[in-house]
Design a protein around this ligand. Structure first.
Ligand SMILES: *[C@@H]1O[C@H](CO)[C@@H](O)[C@H](O)[C@H]1NC(C)=O
Ligand SMILES: *[C@@H]1O[C@H](CO)[C@@H](O)[C@H](O)[C@H]1NC(C)=O
Ligand SMILES: *[C@@H]1O[C@H](CO)[C@@H](O)[C@H](O)[C@H]1NC(C)=O
Length: 424
C-alpha cells in the first residue's frame, strides 16, 4: 500500500500547507515566489507556492518538490484539487518539516484559530481523498475519453494511466473491480489486440499480468476474453524483448493453476507460440530462458497436483482436468526438444557469461528430460555445449558458477554416459 501511504502523506502536507496560508500570509513574506514548470523543482524552506500544483516528497532526497499538473493528471488522488475558489490565487507558504504531525500540533498551539482551520482542511482532504476503487473507475473513465483513433499526443497519458493500474490491480479486489467495470474490454483488449504502439502494448500486458497473478476469478475472466490466444499471437509476431517478457509474464499469470486454460490455450496456438520464441534468432537469451522456465513450471505443476492429490477424495475433478492436459506431447510434436538443443548449441559461448540463464535452462532440461533425452543424448552439438559450460564453470572462482556446474555434471552424466560415450 505504498501508494495509499504516499497519498496520505501528501494529503497531510497539503493540509498543513493550507493552514499555514491562513497564518503566514498576514505576517511574513520570506522568499521569492516559486515559479512552477512542468518539471519537478525543489521548494525551498518557507517558499510560497501557488495553489493547485502537484506536490511530492522526493523519496531519494527527502526534499519537497512541485510542478504544474499535467492536463491529464487532474483528478488523480495524488494532488490537492483547487476546489475552494475563494482562495484560488493565494500562494501557499509551505514550511517543510519532516514530522508532519509535530508541525500540525505546533501550528495548532501557535494559533487557536488553527484548530478550526485544521478541521476544515481535514474535511476538505477527506472530500478529495479517493479510495482505490474510485481511482480505478476514474482511470477507466479517463481511458474511455481518449480518442478512438490512436493519437501520438495521448500516448504519455495512456502510459501513465496504465502504470497506475498496474500498481493498483495487484490487489485482488481492485482487479475484480476493474473487470466489473469493463476494464478488460475498454482498456486492455483494444491495446493488446490492435494497438500499433509497442510501449502501450508492453504496459497493457504488464497490467494484465498484474491483475491475473494469483487471482483465480480474474484469471477466468481474462481467459473468457480470449487473451490467451491474443498473447500467443504477440509471442509469435514480436521481436521486442520487453514485449516478449511482459507477454510471458501475462501468459504465465493466466495459465498457472488453471488447467482448463492450459488445456485450451496450450493445445492450440500457445505451445507453438512459446516454441517460436525459442526458435526466433532475434529474441535474446534471457527471454528464451523465461520461456523454458514457464514450460518447466507448467509441467511440474501437473506432476505435483497428480502426486499430491492422489489420495485426496474430493480432488477427482482437479485430477481429471490435469490428466487430460497433454502438454508434454504437444511440446514434443511442436519441436520443443530440437528448439532447446539448438539454442544451447548455437549460443553456448554467449551463455558462458550468463550463469543465471544457464541455471534456468538446466532446470528446464531436467524437467523435460524424460521427453527429450532420446534426441538430446544423440546430439553432439548439445553435448559439446553443455560440457564446455560445465568445464568452464567448474574451473571458476565464482561460487554461483560452481553450483551451476554441479547441476550440469549430473545432467551430462545422465544424458551422455551411455556406453559409447565412455570417454566422459
Ligand atoms: C513578497 O516577496 C516578493 C519577492 O521578494 C515580492 O515581489 C512581493 O511583492 C512580496 N509580497 C508581499 C505581499 O510583500
Ligand atoms: C470524460 O469526458 C467527459 C465529457 O467530456 C467529462 O465529463 C469527464 O469528466 C471526463 N472524465 C475523465 C475521467 O476525464
Ligand atoms: C480491432 O480492430 C478491428 C478492425 O478495426 C475491429 O473490428 C475490432 O473490434 C478491434 N478489436 C478490439 C478488441 O478493439
Amino acid at each position: 500500500m505504498r501508494g495509499r501511504y504516499l497519498q496520505v502523506i501528501l494529503g497531510a502536507i497539503l493540509v498543513v500547507g493550507s493552514l499555514k496560508t491562513a497564518v503566514a500570509t498576514e505576517t511574513d513574506n520570506k522568499t521569492g515566489e516559486f515559479v512552477a514548470t512542468k518539471e519537478w523543482q525543489v521548494i525551498k524552506e518557507g517558499q510560497a507556492i501557488p495553489k493547485g500544483l502537484h506536490v511530492r516528497i522526493n523519496m531519494q532526497t527527502g526534499l519537497k518538490e512541485a510542478k504544474l499538473l499535467d492536463e491529464d493528471e487532474r483528478g488523480t488522488a495524488l494532488q490537492s484539487q483547487p476546489e475552494d475558489h475563494n482562495h484560488e490565487n493565494e500562494p501557499l507558504s509551505l514550511d517543510y518539516k519532516p514530522d508532519l504531525i509535530e508541525e500540525s500540533l505546533r501550528i495548532v498551539k501557535e494559533n487557536k484559530k488553527s484548530y478550526a482551520e485544521l478541521r476544515k482542511a481535514y474535511k476538505e482532504f477527506q472530500k478529495n481523498f479517493r479510495t482505490d476503487g474510485e481511482l480505478i473507475v476514474q482511470l477507466i473513465d479517463q481511458y474511455r475519453n481518449f480518442s478512438k483513433t490512436p493519437q501520438e499526443s495521448e500516448v504519455r497519458s495512456k502510459l501513465e494511466s496504465l502504470e497506475n493500474l498496474e500498481y493498483l490491480l495487484h490487489q485482488i479486489d481492485n482487479a475484480l473491480l476493474f473487470i466489473d467495470n469493463s476494464g478488460l474490454d475498454d482498456v486492455l483488449l483494444p491495446i493488446v489486440v490492435n494497438d500499433t504502439n509497442t510501449a502501450l502494448r508492453v504496459s497493457a500486458l504488464r497490467v494484465l499480468g498484474s491483475l491475473a497473478s494469483n487471482n483465480p476469478k480474474a484469471q477466468i475472466k481474462v481467459f473468457e476474453k480470449n487473451f490467451g490466444s491474443h498473447i500467443a499471437q504477440i509471442l509469435i509476431s514480436s521481436g521486442n524483448s520487453g514485449e516478449i517478457s511482459a507477454a510471458l509474464h501475462a501468459f504465465g499469470a493466466l495459465l498457472r493453476k488453471f488447467p482448463l486454460a492450459q488445456q485450451r490455450v496450450l493445445s492450440t496456438s500457445g505451445t507453438q507460440a512459446m516454441i517460436r520464441v525459442l526458435q526466433s534468432p532475434e529474441v535474446e537469451l534471457r527471454s528464451k530462458s523465461k520461456v523454458v522456465t514457464l514450460i518447466s513450471d507448467l509441467i511440474l505443476e501437473k506432476r505435483s497436483v497428480l502426486e499430491t492429490s492422489k489420495d485426496a477424495p474430493d480432488a477427482a475433478s482437479t485430477i481429471a482436468q490435469y490428466v487430460l492436459l497433454e502438454f508434454e506431447p504437444w511440446l514434443q510434436s511442436q519441436g520443443f526438444c530440437s528448439a532447446v538443443d539448438s539454442v544451447l548449441s548455437k549460443d553456448f559461448l554467449h551463455l558462458l557469461e550468463l550463469p543465471e540463464v544457464v541455471e534456468q535452462f538446466a532446470t528446464a532440461l531436467e524437467t523435460t528430460e524424460s521427453l527429450c533425452a532420446a534426441s538430446w543424448s544423440q546430439n553432439s552439438g548439445l553435448r559439446h555445449a553443455l560440457l564446455t559450460i560445465r568445464n568452464r564453470y567448474a574451473n571458476s572462482q565464482d561460487e554461483y558458477r560452481l553450483e551451476v556446474s554441479q547441476v550440469l555434471v549430473k545432467l551430462c552424466e545422465r544424458l551422455f554416459s551411455k556406453p559409447k560415450h565412455t570417454e566422459l
